[in-house]
Design a protein around this ligand. Structure first.
Ligand SMILES: C[S@@+](CC[C@H](N)C(=O)[O-])C[C@H]1O[C@@H](n2cnc3c(N)ncnc32)[C@H](O)[C@@H]1O
Length: 439
C-alpha cells in the first residue's frame, strides 16, 4: 500500500514515520509512505497561499497548488483514495477507521491532504475529497496531527503492522464495550493489589471478569457510545445490569394548578397511567409511582390497578398487564422514596423534570448519566401533572433535567409524552450504525 502525504511541513513527519511500528511496517514493505511539500509545487519565492475572499482575515492554500501535488502523487503511485482534514469533517471513530482502511486497501494508494492557515479553498475538497475527516470538535493549527492520528489508527488495523492480530481485534470502540482494566508486575504497588482473579489462571473466569469490567466501565463512562452501537441481546443484558435502578414518580400532589399556578393537587387520568406504565416498562424502569394524597383519587387508581394487575385485564391484554404490574400507588413523594430505599437499600437520587430551566448547578443535560450514576444510588425521575412541579419539589431534587424542546416556540407537551421523551433520551438505545440482522 502506498501513502502520500501532501503538506506544508514535511519535516513534522520525520521522527513520526521513522519510529517504532510505522518504521517497521515500511521496512517490511507492508506500506510505503512518502511526503511531499506544497512549496515544491510552486516556483521559488512564489506563495502557496492567498487571502480569503470577502471580509475576515486568513490565508488559504491555493487550489492549483493542491491540484499539482495530487497529480504528482497519482502520477507516481496511481489513482488514490483522498482524505482531507477539517474540523467540519466527519468525526474520526473506530468504525470510520475501518471503513477507510477497506477503501484504501481497495485503492492501493492513499493521499492525505492536511491543511494549514485557514484551510483549503472549498472547491478543492469538492473536486477531490473522498472523505473529509475531523478528529474532534476543536480547532488545531493544522491537519498534520489529525493526519498522523488517522495513519496510526488505520495502519494498526492492517494485518502484520501490530504484532498480534488479537491485540487490535478486541479493543475499545471495536465493539460495544471499551477495554477491560489490565495489570502487570508488581503484584502490589502503592498499596494496590492486582485483582486475584487476573492471576488465578482460570481462563474462563478471567474472560467473564474482563467482560463484566468492560461493560461496567462503558455504562459508566461511555453510555453515548454504548447505546449507539448495534447490541446483541447478550450485550444488552450485560450492560443493563450496570445501569442503576430507575424509578418514575408522577406527582398529583405539590403541583401548580390553574391560571394562578397555585400549589395544589390534580386528578389522575387513566390514559397517563396506561401510557407511562408502557413507557416505563420499555425503558426498564422498575416501578412507576402514582402519587396522590386524595382518598377518592386513590380509590380510582386502586380500581384501575386491580383490573390490570389481578382482574380480567390480566388475560384480556397480557402486555398491558405486564406494564401495569410495575405501577405502585403512593400517597406522597416521601412514601415513594421510602419504598425505593426499602427495596434498594439506598435512598434514590431525585431528578426533577420541568418545562423551564432552573438557575444553578443542579440543571443537567440528557448527557449527564455519568454524573448521576456516579453516585451509585437508585434514580427517581419526578414528573409533574397540571402546570408542573411546585418549587418545593424542585428544590428538594438533586438534579433537574433540561426541558425538552424542539425548533418551535410551542412548549406544552403532555406529561405522557414528556415521560416518553425523557426516558428515551436518558435510557434509550439509539443505534448510530446500521444493525445487520441475521439472515
Ligand atoms: C486553523 S484550522 C482551520 C479551521 C477552520 N477555519 C474552521 O473553523 O473550520 C487549519 C487546518 O487545520 C486542520 N484542522 C484543525 N482542526 C482540526 C480538527 N479538529 N480535525 C481535523 N483537522 C483539523 C484542518 O486541515 C484545517 O483546515
Amino acid at each position: 500500500m502506498n501513502i502520500s502525504i501532501l503538506t506544508v511541513f514535511k519535516e513534522l513527519y520525520e521522527p513520526f514515520l521513522h519510529t517504532s511500528l510505522l518504521k517497521r511496517a515500511q521496512e517490511k514493505g507492508t506500506v510505503s509512505i512518502n511526503t511531499l511539500n506544497f512549496s515544491d509545487m510552486v516556483a521559488q519565492k512564489q506563495r502557496i497561499d492567498a487571502p480569503t475572499f470577502g471580509p475576515g482575515a486568513g490565508m488559504l492554500i491555493k487550489p492549483e497548488v493542491v491540484e499539482r501535488a495530487i497529480n504528482a502523487a497519482e502520477q507516481q503511485h496511481g489513482p488514490a483514495y483522498k482524505i482531507f482534514f477539517s474540523p467540519q469533517g466527519k468525526k474520526l471513530t473506530q468504525p470510520l477507521l475501518k471503513t477507510i482502511m477497506h477503501s484504501v486497501q481497495n485503492a492501493g494508494h492513499l493521499i492525505l491532504v492536511p491543511a494549514r492557515y485557514e484551510g483549503m479553498d472549498a472547491r478543492v475538497e469538492q473536486k477531490y475529497a473522498d472523505e473529509i475527516v475531523s478528529v474532534g470538535d476543536f480547532v488545531l493549527m493544522g491537519g498534520d496531527i489529525p493526519a498522523m492520528m488517522l495513519l496510526e489508527g488505520m495502519l494498526r488495523l492492517i494485518p502484520g503492522v501490530v504484532g498480534k492480530a488479537e491485540s487490535v481485534a478486541q479493543e475499545s470502540f471495536s465493539g460495544p464495550f471499551v477495554d477491560y482494566p489490565e495489570y502487570t508486575e508488581p503484584v502490589e504497588w502503592n498499596g494496590m493489589r492486582v485483582p486475584d482473579i487476573v492471576r488465578s489462571g482460570n481462563h474462563a473466569a478471567i474472560k467473564q471478569w474482563r467482560m463484566e469490567q468492560a461493560a461496567r466501565k462503558t455504562v459508566k463512562d461511555h453510555f453515548t457510545w454504548l447505546r449507539g452501537y448495534p447490541l446483541i441481546d447478550e450485550q444488552k443484558k450485560l450492560a443493563a445490569g450496570y445501569i442503576p435502578a430507575h424509578y418514575v414518580a408522577l406527582m398529583h400532589d405539590q403541583v401548580l394548578v390553574g391560571p394562578e399556578r397555585q400549589v395544589a393537587t390534580s386528578s389522575v387520568m387513566s390514559i397517563d397511567i396506561h401510557d407511562i406504565a408502557r413507557s416505563s416498562c420499555t425503558y426498564g424502569v422498575k416501578n412507576f409511582f402514582i402519587v396522590t394524597p386524595l382518598i377518592d383519587q386513590q380509590k380510582i387508581v386502586k380500581k384501575f390497578l386491580s383490573f390490570w394487575q389481578e382482574g380480567y385485564g390480566v388475560e384480556y391484554n397480557q402486555n398491558r398487564h405486564q406494564a401495569v404490574e410495575a405501577v405502585v400507588l403512593e400517597s406522597s413523594l416521601d412514601a415513594a422514596i421510602e419504598a425505593i430505599e426499602k427495596k434498594e437499600g439506598k435512598k434514590p437520587i431525585l431528578i426533577a423534570t420541568s418545562a423551564c430551566y432552573q438557575q444553578g448547578s443542579r440543571q443537567i443535560s440528557f448527557y449527564a448519566q455519568d454524573r448521576v450514576w456516579g453516585h451509585d444510588r437508585p434514580v427517581l425521575m419526578v414528573f409533574g401533572t397540571a402546570n408542573g412541579l411546585a418549587k418545593e419539589v424542585l428544590d428538594r431534587c438533586d438534579y433537574q433535567l433540561n426541558p425538552i424542546h424542539g425548533f418551535s416556540d410551542f412548549n406544552h407537551l403532555s406529561v405522557r409524552s414528556a415521560v416518553a421523551v425523557v426516558l428515551d433520551r436518558w435510557l434509550g438505545i439509539n443505534e448510530r450504525y446500521e444493525k445487520t440482522l441475521p439472515e
